[in-house]
Design a protein around this ligand. Structure first.
Ligand code: PGA
Length: 248
C-alpha cells in the first residue's frame, strides 16, 4: 500500500482526564483491528493520562499544537521535548482555529512544522479556505500560499501529513461533498508535486477534515486522493470507531 490511511481525532478543548480515559477504554476494543493508523490529538494537559489510557492499544496520542523552540520564555506553549517525554507521535499544526483566534500565520506554522520534524514528531499541517475565499474563486491561491510557506524548508515532504479542512465545513455539519473534497485534495497533491517532486507527493498522506462523521466517512474515504480524516466532533464519541472502521 503506497499510503496507509490515517484517521486522527482532534478533541480541541474538550474532555477531562476522567471522560477521556473512559472513551479511550471504550474505543480500544472497537478499533483494535483497524487497517489504518489511528490517533487522538488531545489537549496538552490530558496527554499524560491519555497516554496511560491508550497504553497497549493501537491508538496513538497526539498533541494539538507544538512550539518551535527547544525551550525558553514562551509562556503557555509546549515543546517537542516535552511531548516526546510522553511518546507523542503527532502534532496538529496550523489548525484554522489557531489561525483564526490565536494569530497563527504561515510563518509560525512553518517554524512549528520544522521543529516537529526535527524531533521525529509527525506534523499534521492544516490548510483550507474560508467560505468567502471559496465563493471568491481563490481556493487554489489560498492553498498555494499555505502550502508553499507552511512547508518551506521541509526536506522529506512524505514525513508530513496534510489535513485539508475547508473552514466552512468545520463544526458546521456542512461537509464538503465527496467530489469537492477529492478535487481539492487532488489539487493539493499536485501542488506538493510542484513544490517538491511528483513522486514524493504520491507518498504524502492527505486527510480531509470538516464535519466528517460515521455517515459520510465511507464516501469520502472512497476518493482516490483522500487518505484519511481529521475528526473533531465525532472523535468525542464512539462514532470515531465507525470512522476508523470505514472499510469494514
Ligand atoms: P469537525 O472538526 O469534525 O468537528 O468539523 C474537524 C477539525 O476541526 O479538525
Amino acid at each position: 500500500m503506497l499510503r496507509k490511511p490515517f484517521i486522527a481525532g482532534n478533541w480541541k478543548m474538550n474532555m477531562t482526564a476522567e471522560s477521556g480515559a473512559k472513551l479511550i477504554k471504550e474505543l480500544a476494543p472497537l478499533v483494535k483491528d483497524a487497517n489504518c493508523n489511528v490517533a487522538l490529538c488531545v489537549p496538552a494537559i490530558l496527554i499524560p493520562a491519555m497516554t496511560q489510557a491508550a497504553k497497549g492499544t493501537n491508538i496513538a496520542i497526539g498533541a494539538e499544537n507544538v512550539h518551535w523552540a527547544d525551550k525558553g520564555a514562551y509562556t503557555g506553549e509546549i515543546s517537542c521535548e516535552q511531548l516526546k517525554e510522553y511518546g507523542v507521535k503527532y502534532a496538529i499544526i496550523g489548525h484554522s482555529e489557531r489561525r483564526q483566534y490565536f494569530g497563527e500565520t504561515d510563518e509560525s506554522v512553518n517554524m512549528r512544522t520544522l521543529a516537529a520534524l526535527k524531533n521525529g514528531i509527525t506534523p499534521i499541517v492544516c490548510v483550507g479556505e474560508t467560505l468567502s475565499e471559496r465563493e471568491g474563486g481563490i481556493t487554489e491561491k489560498v492553498l498555494d500560499k499555505q502550502l508553499a510557506e507552511g512547508l518551506k524548508g521541509v526536506e522529506n515532504v512524505a514525513d508530513v501529513v496534510i489535513a485539508y479542512e475547508p473552514v466552512w465545513a468545520i463544526g458546521t455539519g456542512k461537509t464538503a461533498t465527496d467530489e469537492q473534497a477529492q478535487e481539492t485534495i487532488a489539487y493539493i497533491r499536485k501542488k506538493i508535486g510542484q513544490l517538491f517532486c511528483p513522486k514524493c507527493a504520491e507518498k504524502v498522506i492527505i486527510q480531509y477534515g470538516g464535519s466528517m462523521n460515521a455517515a459520510n466517512c465511507k464516501g469520502l474515504m472512497a476518493q482516490s486522493d483522500i487518505d484519511g480524516g481529521l475528526i473533531g466532533g465525532a472523535s468525542l464519541k464512539l462514532d470515531f470507531a465507525t470512522i476508523v472502521n470505514f472499510d469494514k
